[in-house]
Each structure stands twice: as C-alpha cells, then as structure tokens.
Design a protein around this ligand. Structure first.
Ligand code: SAH
Ligand code: SF4
Ligand code: F3S
Length: 456
C-alpha cells in the first residue's frame, strides 16, 4: 500500500538511491529486500552516493570495526544532505543498541529514519512519512519481528542466491551481540522456503545458500507449537531443497557444532547437491575458554565431530571462525586453538580479534587481554593458516574439479571465474556461454587466493 503511494509521489522524478551494506550474509539478504522495496517505489540504484536522493545504511555491530564504518561514512553523508536534501535512513543490527541510537541523536542528528532489524518490512511506511511530514522517524522495537513473507527482493547476483531460513539466535555466546539485536530464533515455514528456492531455480539460479545464525536448530522452537508441519528439522529441509530441479549446489551458514546431529551428517552425505565444504565455527580450541564463551562443546567434542564427518562424508572439507584474545585466554590456552587448526586443516579460516560488545557477559569480565597480546596471537594464527592454505593449494594441482562458472573475472576480461565445491576461486579461459554451468576443470597452478584451471 505504502509502496504504491510512494511510487506515485516519485513519478517522473528520476529518483536514485544508494545502499551501503556493512554486515554478514543475513545483513546482505536484508539489503536485497530493502532494495527490492525501494526499487518498487520508483528509485533506481546508484553506486555514487553524491547523486542519491535516498541513502540507506544497513549496519552491523558484531565487532567494533563494523561500527566504525558507519561513523566514518556519516561525516561524508552530512555534506551531501546539506547540498541535496538527501533522505538518510540508517537500519540494521546497530540500531537495536540503545547507546548507539543515543549517540546518533547527539552527534549525528541529521538522519531522517532509523529502523531496526524487526521493522525492516515497514520501511516503505517510514519513507512515506518522511516524504510527507519531514519529521524524523525512529522505528525500532524490541519484540521479535514477525516473519513477513513475499517482500520484493532485488538480488545482487544472477547465479548464486541466499535464502534466509531462520531469524534470531538463542545461543548467547558470551562475547556475541547478535542475540540481543536479532531476537529469539524463529524459523520460516518450509513451504515458504521451498517456494522461494523453486522460484530461484525457475529464474536460472544455480547455487543456494541457506542462511541463519544457527541453521541446524531450524524449526527447533516451532516443533513444540506446530505439530502439523511436515518438515521439522534442518536435515529434512536439506533433502527437500536437494530435490529442486535446476539448483546445482546448496550451501548453508552457520551451523553450530553443538547441534550437529547425525541426521544432518547423513543428509549432507546423501544429498548430491549439498557442497561438502562445511563451515563449522570453532571460536576457540581450548575447553576452558569454550566454556567461558558458553559454546557448549569441548575441544575433544569438536575434534570428534570433525573426525566423524571426515569418516562419513567423502571429500568433506571445513572452514571456520576463530576469535583470539577472549577475556582470560592465556598463551597456553591459545596454543589449543593452533592445535585444532593444525589437526583439522581448514580450507578457510575467518579470524577475528576479540572485540568488547556493550551488554554482553564477556564485556564485564575483568581479565581482558591487552591489545598487543591479541595482535601477537592473531598474527601467529594468521601465519599458521596461510601456511596451511598454501600447502592445500598445492594439493589441488593436477586434480579435476567441478566448478560452477560465475562470470567474467574481475581483473581480466578474457578469463572466466568460478568456484569449486570447496569454495575455492578458479580462473580459466573459456567462452561466455559457460557462465552458470558446472564444468570440469583441471587445476594447473595455484596462487594464495585463487587457482588457475583449464577446461578438460
Ligand atoms: N552465528 C554465527 C555467526 C555469528 S557472527 C556463528 O555462530 O557462527 C560471525 C563471527 O563473528 C562469529 O562466528 C565470531 O567468530 C565473530 N564474533 C562474534 N562476536 C565477536 C566479538 N565480540 N569479537 C570478535 N569476533 C566476534
Ligand atoms: Fe553469536 Fe553464538 Fe549466536 Fe553465533 S551462535 S550468533 S556466535 S550467539
Ligand atoms: Fe550480521 Fe552483524 Fe547483525 S554479523 S546479524 S549484521 S551484527
């Protein structure tokens, strides 16, 4: 309703919008929905914020540097607003934090709309009110947003797409802000998810990433309430998505090690389209630190799970997230993290320096690790990881890999780029008509962040 009204207001005005996405894949997926709504309201996208009539920030607060990004950009945007009267809207996870909204009111009072994670679908209404009343809007609620289906969505890619399967998180890892800004776990109905994937397949999409903060607890909360649902677990959902014709690959992020039940392992093994690269967030390799982090598994349990999967699932590989410098972590405890990295031999490691988040239990812990110490550990881990990746890359040489061709290489127009099942980038020479196809390549050389291949 509001979409139509704003569209009428914008008629013949050639209005433009920019959107700046600062967070994880869920945040990106939200931006795609925002863009979908905004384009339906008559705006066209521009990457140049100087010429935008509407600038939307979709913020992230998982680490301090994510927050810094917003404040850095806001200074720049103030001048644009003064010049053109641009509408400034700030949304996303950061807006669910009271102290941030207060800071905005005090130091950056030129914004027009702030909206949180639970009010995303109301964006057209907020925009309508701003255009008509010019009165600043704060549309943030602290109750879990209902799941709104059928929002328009403007996807960034034509071959790969993300599909959110659940919202929120119930785990409360002691360092993490996400449960506070995203609310409790809520799963989408399987029929809605499958319908979305089917539509994507019909449009020619080849790869689907199922998204959630804890995908393997999909439907856990709903199961109690709704006994009529046919699909009541993540494993069952995987089997159903696997049946959808046209989709070639299925990925998912993130599962939690504590919820990695045998039925999920079996589903990964049996579903031919499910990629065998499993993202399995470790966070720390030390049992005491893991306990303090409230992760609910030990070093041994993590390693056993990896071993079990290596045994059960042919060609399985792993990627992970690791935090260094959690409060109280000693050098010796950090060695356990290095030890696990060594043993698992990850395909990819996303490394983070612990960042204090207001309102989380870890922020209140007294034994914070000095910055310098954190950096030393970070560099140590980084060296080990890079060494391992370099070794792994060598093992790819002369192997045959199935690669989903994603498009032209960014750096070289004569080359195509794609990814292996294990998500490695491969660059190779080929005709444009291969884009969107899964083809066999022989790997001929390796570089730190990509491989080179030849068509067989
Ligand atoms: N739900 C997902 C992802 C959460 S956020 C999961 O559990 O895997 C992505 C990553 O950011 C986390 O896995 C963690 O490694 C990192 N992270 C979260 N809070 C952090 C903090 N306060 N400081 C540093 N890294 C953090
Ligand atoms: Fe944060 Fe832990 Fe939830 Fe992941 S599982 S979002 S790290 S609280
Ligand atoms: Fe994602 Fe950042 Fe929010 S990681 S869930 S956008 S806090």
């Amino acid at each position: 309703e509001y979409i139509e009204t704003v569209k009428k207001l914008n008629e013949d005005k050639n209005v433009k919008y920019s959107i700046l996405t600062m967070g994880c894949q869920l945040n990106e997926n939200d931006s795609e929905k925002l863009s979908g709504m905004i384009e339906e309201m008559g705006y066209t996208r521009t990457e140049n914020i100087e010429e935008a009539d509407l600038i939307v920030f979709n913020t992230c607060c998982v680490r301090e540097n994510a927050e810094d990004k917003l404040f850095g950009k806001l200074g720049e945007v103030k001048k644009i607003k003064e010049k053109r009267g641009t509408i400034i809207a700030i949304g996303g996870c950061m807006m669910q934090e009271e102290h941030i909204v207060e800071k905005l009111q005090k130091s950056y009072p030129f914004f027009d709309i702030v909206f949180g994670t639970h009010t995303l679908h109301k964006f057209p209404q907020d925009l309508y009110n701003i255009i008509l009343n010019k009165k600043r809007i704060e549309d943030i609620i602290n109750i879990d947003g209902e799941i709104v289906e059928g929002l328009p969505i403007k996807r960034d890619d034509k071959i790969k797409a993300s599909v959110t399967i659940m919202y929120g998180c119930n785990n409360f890892c002691s360092y993490c802000i996400v449960p506070y800004v995203r609310g409790r776990e809520r799963s989408r109905k399987a029929e809605d998810i499958l319908k979305e994937v089917q539509e994507l397949a019909d449009k020619g999409y080849k790869e689907i990433t199922l998204l959630g903060q804890n995908v393997n607890s999909y439907m856990r909360m709903e199961k109690v309430e709704n006994k009529n649902e046919k699909i009541t677990s993540f494993a069952e959902l995987l089997y159903e998505v696997n049946k959808i014709e046209g989709i070639e690959r299925i990925r998912f992020v993130s599962p939690h090690p504590k919820d990695f039940t045998d039925d999920v392992i079996e589903a990964i093994k049996k579903c031919d389209k499910v990629c065998k690269l499993i993202h399995l967030p470790l966070q720390s390799g030390n049992t005491k630190v893991l306990k303090e982090m409230n992760r609910k598994y030990t070093k041994e349990q993590y390693l056993n799970l990896v071993e079990k999967m290596k045994k059960e699932i042919p060609n399985v590989t792993f990627s992970t997230d690791i935090i260094v410098g959690f409060p109280g972590e000693t050098d010796e405890e950090f060695e356990d993290t290095l030890d696990v990295v060594e043993k698992v031999n990850f395909e990819q490691v996303y490394m983070f320096i612990y960042s204090r988040r207001v309102g989380t239990p870890a922020d209140k812990m007294e034994n914070q690790v000095p910055e310098e110490q954190k950096h030393i550990r970070f560099n140590k881990l980084k060296m080990l990881v890079e060494h391992q990746i370099a070794n792994k890359n060598k093992q790819y040489i002369d192997t045959k890999q199935k690669v989903l061709v994603e498009g032209k290489s960014k750096n070289n127009d004569n080359m195509l780029t794609g990814r292996t099942d294990s998500n490695k980038v491969v660059i190779f020479e080929g005709e444009d008509n291969l884009i969107g196809k899964v083809i066999d390549l022989k790997i001929v050389s390796e570089h730190m962040w990509y491989l080179k291949g030849e068509i067989i």
